[in-house]
Design a protein around this ligand. Structure first.
Ligand SMILES: C[S@@+](CC[C@H](N)C(=O)[O-])C[C@H]1O[C@@H](n2cnc3c(N)ncnc32)[C@H](O)[C@@H]1O
Length: 797
């Protein structure tokens, strides 16, 4: 047996080192999970052994040895199954590949059609090559057939002709955002969280964001029936605005992760939800900042209604998907992150509102990461939390109860009777909090924890515990949690202070403090080592090279008002942007004054430069970040992009043949993703077109303004047809150059039985042509959707 654990530091209980190791592995996995064409996770040889042969395995990749006597002995001793037979069943299923699964995204009117298609077309697949394979089936416990599971391998998906359309559907659906590939068990915690549209939610360990996406869906659930009316084109524009504000969630979600790269991945994954209620932050969960400023009471700490702690863990519940774990697993596999998991859960309990709900989850089978953490949390919070009995919730979900007793083993695969015994034998990571405290356990309903075992419903393994907060934490416990967090934070601020000169072309002095290992916060009085390094200046980074990390988060402030909170300053103390330059031209161009950009939008910019992108943020989320007067939140993404600067001075000066003099009055263009939000407020730059014109624009990615006038098409000029309808021509003429929106006419919307927003597209009017400003993927999707709608109409006729 070759255990690949040599790099593990001797004291993993602080979590940091192991954390990084596990994060790195997770990150690779999540990248791989984006494609339906790539090999299954874990189909790579584990360093240190576990490989069965070098030949081609079942699905064209190396097969793994899926056996580990210590694993079997450990979990048999933990009695995670009800009988020997049940355990044998578990072991059998653990050694098989995990079926694939996906969730149909509830956001958007398209969801119902997708469900219908899956039910009618894919759930009934049969024929040659599929004899031994069950067709996709709806996940029993997931509401409204919103989640599906199937067992085709990727090779089968690619090569069996009957599966071709399913394969295409999965690929394009994932890319466009109508479905999300997600493990069935990973869908569970958010269901127990019971998010309501008015909830302020914190997802503490959120990347890569599959659960955040579910939270966003829950927040936006009333929004699904929203169909914007457009300022100048709809008789009931005021009604449209009222509907927008009635259906826009008043809640929001803060999606946090300790790993910056993974925060960016999360931003990318959740972009498809088009939500102005999302804030992405980059903190260690255990140190997540407490913001002063509960609405209406600036003195109180801000508390969340719902908190999800999907903590980093050893992940041995994912063995079916990541079979390399078999070779690496040992008796101490679940010990390394136990202390960190407790710290994260305690911080969550502190910043949860009384009456709020918190869900703790892991993809581990291990009681050390599960029941032992729950026990420690319940002890630490001293009655402020109740461990909720959720046996009546999600009634079709097969599960078993939390364990009342368990054993603690070490990496030598020995069982320890106490932390002292383990320490004497050099297993320093073993902590007393890992051992079941029988007396205390008798006082809590630990069986209320939910264990999902892979053989219950042919899934991965998972653990969930649901807590309701029934009273505030005792003040001394609050102080203790706060001190732990502040201790860690103070280390960071010292480093920050010295990197103040970053990017100014001066030599940088970097200070590194090393605290004695016995101290978590450097206050122990033992010697602290300080080392200094001087780094020569690097060439300044290009501004806006990434988005949205660069620059400082600022509130737009059109007329120098709102002095109580003029703007969020960066560490370099830049002042808010001179925003009339931004706000006034946008208002003028799109007639969008009533959106109140200066009040509702934020941007990131460096001193003296114009913002590149303008993001809409819902009022309560804006209030939350505005309350962060100490600027302790490290924000990596926020809100929904509604306008984007069109740079007229670079090589796109004559963008699509537009006149730069005309455009320089407003060089911000509309963003397709934010249309549902901007449209009801627009009184200019929106036109209606016919169905054939829409079809042509989508197919040709634009139309000429004068018949057959050669128009720029990438690097060459090609003649394109023009608009055929006289009314459309009049509309196009009435708009100024730059970005505008094309919509279907009301009668066509009715004819196609679609919503007005479904086929609203942003275009760019140049001197000679009108060009699409929608990505290629989205264009294809719109085309497909338009064809489906017209087919339906023709079929009905
Ligand atoms: C199990 S994954 C979360 C999966 C995510 N909830 C989802 O459903 O997509 C655990 C995450 O915790 C993050 N993490 C590790 N240590 C952390 C800490 N101290 N605080 C917050 N996040 C942490 C990792 O970067 C990783 O993204």
């Amino acid at each position: 047996m070759g255990f690949n654990n040599k790099k593990r530091k001797s004291n993993p209980s602080d979590g940091n080192n192991n954390n990084k190791r596990i994060q790195k592995r997770d990150f690779k996995k999540s990248n791989r999970s984006n494609s339906w064409d790539k090999e299954p996770k874990g189909k790579r040889p584990a360093r240190g052994g576990g490989k069965k042969n070098n030949g081609e395995g079942k699905y064209g990749a190396t097969e793994y040895v899926r056996e580990n006597e210590h694993f079997e002995a450990y979990y048999s001793a933990q009695k995670i199954c009800s009988s020997d037979e049940d355990f044998a069943n578990l072991m059998r299923v653990l050694k098989t590949d995990l079926p694939s699964s996906f969730r149909i995204n509830g956001v958007g009117n398209f969801a119902a059609r997708i469900k219908q298609r899956v039910k009618n077309e894919f759930a009934t697949l049969s024929g040659a090559g599929l004899e031994d394979i069950k067709p996709p089936k709806a996940v029993e416990w997931y509401p409204d057939s919103g989640a599906w599971q199937f067992s085709y391998s990727r090779l089968q998906l690619r090569s069996v002709p009957q599966l071709k359309s399913l394969h295409e559907f999965l690929k394009s659906g994932q890319e466009f955002g109508s479905i999300t590939r997600q493990e069935v068990v990973s869908m569970i915690p958010t269901q127990f969280l019971k998010v309501e549209p008015h909830h302020k939610v914190l997802d503490m360990c959120a990347a890569p964001g599959s659960k955040t996406f579910q939270v966003l869906e829950a927040l936006h659930r009333d929004f699904e029936s929203y169909d914007p009316s457009f300022g100048s084109f709809h008789a009931d524009a005021e009604g449209g605005k009222a509907e927008l504000s009635a259906k826009m969630p008043t809640g929001f979600v803060v999606a946090n992760d300790a790993d910056l790269k993974r925060c960016n991945l999360l931003t990318h994954q959740t972009k498809r939800a088009n939500s102005p209620c999302l804030l992405v932050t980059n903190h260690e969960g255990q140190n997540f900042p407490v913001i002063k400023g509960e609405p209406g009471n600036a003195q109180d700490d801000f508390k969340f209604d719902s908190i999800l702690c999907d903590v980093p863990c050893s992940g041995d519940g994912t063995m079916r998907k990541a079979p390399d774990i078999w070779a690496r697993w040992h008796g101490g596999f679940g010990n390394g992150l136990h202390s960190l998991q407790i710290k994260i859960a305690k911080r969550a309990a502190q910043i949860l509102k009384v009456g709020g709900r918190m869900v703790y989850s892991t993809c581990s089978l291990n009681p050390i990461e599960n029941e032992a953490v729950v026990m420690s949390l319940m002890k630490a919070t001293n009655g402020a939390l109740t461990l909720v009995d959720v046996s009546k919730e999600l009634p079709n979900l097969k599960r078993s109860n939390g364990l009342r007793d368990w054993q603690v083993w070490g990496k030598s695969n020995r069982r320890w009777n106490s932390a002292e015994e383990a320490h004497e034998n050099n297993e320093k990571v073993v902590a007393s909090s890992m051992f079941p405290d029988k007396e205390f356990l008798d006082t809590i309903p630990i069986e209320n924890c939910v264990r999902i075992l892979p053989h219950h419903s042919d899934t991965g393994g998972f653990f969930v515990a649901v807590f309701d907060k029934v009273r505030e934490l005792d003040p001394e416990i609050e102080t203790q949690i706060e001190n732990e967090a502040n201790g860690n934070e103070s280390k960071k601020s010292k480093t920050r202070e010295f990197s103040k000169f970053k990017g100014l072309g001066m030599a940088e002095v970097k200070c590194h403090f090393e605290y004695p290992s016995s101290s978590s916060n450097g206050d122990s009085g033992d010697q602290i080592k300080l080392s200094l390094t001087v780094e020569q200046p690097k060439p300044p980074k290009e501004k806006y090279s990434r988005d949205p990390q660069d620059g400082t988060l600022l509130f737009l402030n059109a007329h120098g008002q709102d002095q109580s909170r003029p703007g969020r300053k960066g560490f370099d103390g830049v002042a808010p942007v001179n925003s009339p330059d931004v706000v006034d031209p946008i208002n003028e161009k799109y007639g969008i004054h009533s959106l109140q950009i200066e009040k509702n939008c934020v941007t990131r910019t460096a001193a003296g430069s114009k913002p590149k992108r303008v993001y809409y943020v819902t009022p309560n989320l804006r209030q939350y970040i505005a309350a962060d007067t100490r600027e302790s939140l490290r924000i990596t993404a926020i809100g929904l992009k509604v306008f984007e600067r069109q740079n007229l001075n670079d090589d796109k000066d004559s963008y699509f043949g537009a006149d730069s003099k005309v455009l320089s009055s407003c060089n911000y263009r509309l963003n397709q993703d934010g249309l549902f939000l901007t449209l009801p407020f627009m009184t200019k730059q929106a036109i209606t077109i016919t169905i054939p014109e829409l079809l042509q624009i989508l197919k040709l990615r634009g139309l000429a303004l004068v018949e057959n006038e050669p128009v720029p098409d990438g690097s060459k000029f090609t003649p394109r047809p023009s608009f055929t309808d006289a009314e459309t021509r009049k509309h196009v003429e009435s708009c100024s150059q730059g970005s505008l929106v094309c919509l279907l006419r009301d009668e066509d919307v009715q004819k196609l039985n679609c919503s007005r927003s479904e086929f609203a597209i942003t275009c760019w009017k140049g001197k000679t042509s009108l060009n699409l400003l929608v990505s290629k993927v989205e264009t294809e999707h719109l085309l497909e959707k338009l064809k489906a709608h017209t087919r339906d109409v023709n079929d009905d006729a």
